[in-house]
Structures are given as structure tokens and as C-alpha cells.
Write a protein that binds this ligand. Structure first.
Ligand SMILES: [Zn+2]
Length: 419
């Protein structure tokens, strides 16, 4: 097992160690990057919901980037180096050998961020138990947000605010966070918030003074004030219960900064104050709904008027066949126009097209007519490679762009069979 320096010194960011082994991946291996195992390490490997550290391992004059750190099943910490080895360094001897002394450096910003998030999670999980008796069943640390899953059916907005307020109080009180080790049988008597599965004899306990005691192997701040602050965000239902997203410290500032930028942009689009944005969005929704309705009504009236004028102009014919191509109106309007014509009471056949993309055809006839619009449309579409269909009295379809629609309709007119 690798000696974990962070267990007792979570603030340790530089350390000396000795190489135990180096692994260079063989061709076809799952992982392409070489890895190093050290006698002791301050690098935190991904475990218990907390993600791994990154940093550097210096060997002689060479500084190797540590891109990922994992925990092997035998308890050793494996440091994966960045990228596959260059041909010149493909031999392990050229950068590290067992027994070589190395100097490790942890990426400080990333570690501090993880300590803030992880310690914030301890406080938050304890708050949810203290206030609402909701135990945490899992913890996830992502790149931007963290989340805990609570064993509860529901979570109200008031409970979320209450938990956030209480967690921030614990943070502002700057309570000491201490590490100690106890035997398992002792730990069982201490009433821990979280007891790990029985595999270790000795447990590492993290205590937030007079507030929370739990067994954990992660890295934590030394006083709650270092968490900075905690901001609860989205909540959602999951299979396990309720998920609560949160951010602590620098992440909370980053999240607030991002939200502020978004809201500022929205407000400038409305030329308004930030607080007026929701009201203005509501107003805009209502207005566009009204406008949509007005537009529909106007188009309906226009189609009716155009149909009436067209019928009047062809009133001398006993059974007018009306052919019309709309160069700048869509298929929905063409359909409306055809419906107005064929529902007027007079016996009419209407062959209508819209040239607007995507171009479409509407073939319709008044009820009781003897032609077959569906058959006529299918025949027309077949000749140009279009798609569509319909019944005896009404059919519609789409045709490829760039056709001479006027001509297409005239050919269709010549094929109308009336008994
Ligand atoms: Zn922890």
C-alpha cells in the first residue's frame, strides 16, 4: 500500500518520495499513458466521490505531468502521466526507474477547490440530517457542480433554503475540522453520520466541531471558514430520492458570475433592469401569442376574400376548375384557400400550389364531386418524385424545389376525369 501523505497533512502540496515501479503500456493496452507508483504520495486518487489531484512529478531535470491518479485494488496509488510516451522516452530508464528519488507537486488550485467542495458536502449532508432527517446516499463531484442524493421522497423550496442558510452559518462560524483515528468497535459507539463498509480495522474520522462526525478518506479544510460559502442550485428527483446540486467557495463565485453575465445579457436585450427580466419575458410571450392569433385570423379572412373573388370571376362556368400558384405564400395558406373554395357550396375543383420552400400541392374538390383528388395527386407526384396523398376530396403533397408549378398544375387539369 502506498503511504498516503494527505491523510495527516491535507495541506501538503510538495513532497519527496522514491519510485517503486514504472509501467509503460504495451501496444494495444487500454491506457496509453505510462504510470508511476511511489513509496508515499500526497496525490489524492479518485475515491469516495472526490476526484483525483493533478500535478507534477520531477525526476532529475525532467518534470512529468500527472494527469490522473487512481487507487489500485491492492491499495496502491497509481499516478498516470500525461499522454503516451514519446519515442525518445519510451524506455522507462530515461525518465524514472525503481529506486529513483522524485519530487511531487500537487496542483494547488485544483486541490483547494476539491477541499472546499468535499468539506462543504460534509456540512451540507449533516445539515440535511439535523434539520429534516434526510440522509445522504451518494456524493458526486463534477467539473462545474457537485451533487448529493438524499434519501427522501420530496424536498420543498423552503427546505432547500433552510439547509443553505444553516450550512452557511456553520461555515461562517469557522468551526475547526479535525482528523483522528479510532478502532472500528470504538467508532460504532460514536454515532457516526457515515460508517464505511467493514473492511478496515482503523477508521479515519473527520469531525466538524460539535456538529458532524463521519468516517472519510478525503481531503478537507482545517476550519469551515475555508469552505467560503455554499450555494444550493438545482434539485431533481432521481431513482434514489432527491438530488441537490451545490457549489462551494470559488465555484460558488464562478457560478454566480456566470449567472449574472447571462442575466445581464438578457436584461440588455430588453433594455431593462435585471429584476424586470422575468416579467418582460412573460409579457413578450403573451404578446407573441396575441400576435399569432391575430395573424391566423387575418390570413383566414384573406383566404376567404381571395376565394370569394376567384369564385365570382369564374361564376359563368358550371363546374369551375381553379388553378392557382402562390409564389410567396406557404402551403398552409394554399390549403386554407383551397378549403375556402371547396366549402363555399358551389361545385368546384381547386388545384393549388405554394412555391415557397418547401413547395407543396393541394388538390381539393367540393363534396359530392366525382373526380378523385387522391389519385390525381399521386399520379402528379409520381411524375416529379414528390411525396404525399389523401382522399377522394382532399389531397396534399410536397414536390422538389425548382419545378414549373404552373405547368405541373395544367398537366394535372388535363387529366381530371369527371363522370
Ligand atoms: Zn470527506
Amino acid at each position: 500500500m502506498t503511504k498516503r501523505l494527505y491523510y495527516d497533512k491535507p495541506d501538503l502540496l510538495e513532497f519527496d518520495s522514491v519510485v517503486e515501479s514504472v509501467t509503460i503500456p504495451e501496444n494495444g493496452a487500454d491506457r496509453k499513458s505510462p504510470s508511476i507508483i511511489l513509496r508515499e504520495s500526497a496525490f489524492y486518487p479518485t475515491s469516495g466521490g472526490q476526484v483525483h489531484d493533478t500535478g507534477w512529478i520531477a525526476v532529475g531535470n525532467e518534470r512529468l505531468r500527472v494527469a490522473e491518479v487512481v487507487e489500485a485494488e491492492d491499495g496502491r496509488v497509481v499516478h498516470y502521466l500525461e499522454g503516451p510516451p514519446k519515442p525518445s522516452t519510451a524506455e522507462p530508464q530515461t525518465f524514472a526507474v525503481a529506486g529513483a528519488t522524485v519530487h511531487g507537486t500537487i496542483d494547488e488550485e485544483r486541490r483547494r477547490d476539491h477541499m472546499q467542495q468535499h468539506s462543504g458536502q460534509h456540512v451540507l449532508s449533516a445539515v440535511f440530517i439535523a434539520l429534516y432527517n434526510m440522509p445522504t446516499v451518494s456524493f458526486h463531484m463534477g467539473e462545474d457542480y457537485c451533487s448529493i442524493d438524499l434519501a427522501t421522497e420530496s424536498l420543498t423550496e423552503a427546505q432547500v433554503r433552510g439547509a443553505e442558510k444553516r450550512a452557511n452559518e456553520i461555515i461562517f462560524e469557522n468551526r475547526p475540522v479535525t482528523i483522528r483515528y479510532v478502532r472500528r468497535d470504538e467508532a460504532e459507539k460514536l454515532g457516526l453520520r457515515k460508517l464505511p463498509p467493514a473492511e478496515r480495522e482503523e477508521l479515519r474520522l473527520i469531525e466538524v466541531a460539535d456538529f458532524d462526525l463521519s468516517a472519510c478518506g478525503g481531503t478537507h479544510v482545517s476550519a469551515t471558514g475555508q469552505i467560503g460559502s455554499i450555494l444550493l442550485r438545482k434539485t431533481e428527483k432521481t431513482r434514489q430520492g432527491m438530488r441537490v446540486e451545490f457549489v462551494c467557495g470559488t465555484r460558488a463565485v464562478r457560478a454566480a458570475r456566470r449567472d449574472y453575465a447571462t442575466l445581464t445579457e438578457a436584461a440588455s436585450l430588453f433594455s431593462s433592469q435585471l429584476g424586470d427580466v422575468p416579467q418582460l419575458i412573460r409579457k413578450t410571450f403573451d404578446e407573441s401569442k396575441t400576435l399569432r392569433k391575430q395573424r391566423e385570423d387575418a390570413l383566414d379572412e384573406l383566404a376567404a376574400a381571395m376565394a370569394e373573388a376567384t369564385l365570382k370571376a369564374s361564376s359563368m362556368e358550371s363546374r369551375p376548375v381553379i388553378v392557382r400558384v402562390f409564389p410567396d405564400r406557404d402551403s398552409a395558406f394554399a390549403k386554407l384557400f383551397a378549403q375556402k373554395l371547396t366549402r363555399s357550396g358551389a361545385p368546384v375543383i381547386a388545384l393549388v400550389a405554394s412555391a415557397l420552400s418547401p413547395p407543396g400541392l393541394i388538390f381539393a374538390q367540393s363534396p359530392g364531386q366525382t373526380a378523385d383528388m387522391g389519385a390525381l395527386l399521386r399520379e402528379t407526384l409520381l411524375s416529379v418524385g414528390g411525396r404525399g396523398g389523401g382522399s377522394k376530396d382532399f389531397a396534399q403533397g410536397g414536390v422538389p424545389a425548382g419545378l414549373n408549378l404552373e405547368q405541373l398544375l395544367q398537366v394535372a387539369v388535363s387529366k381530371i376525369k369527371v363522370e
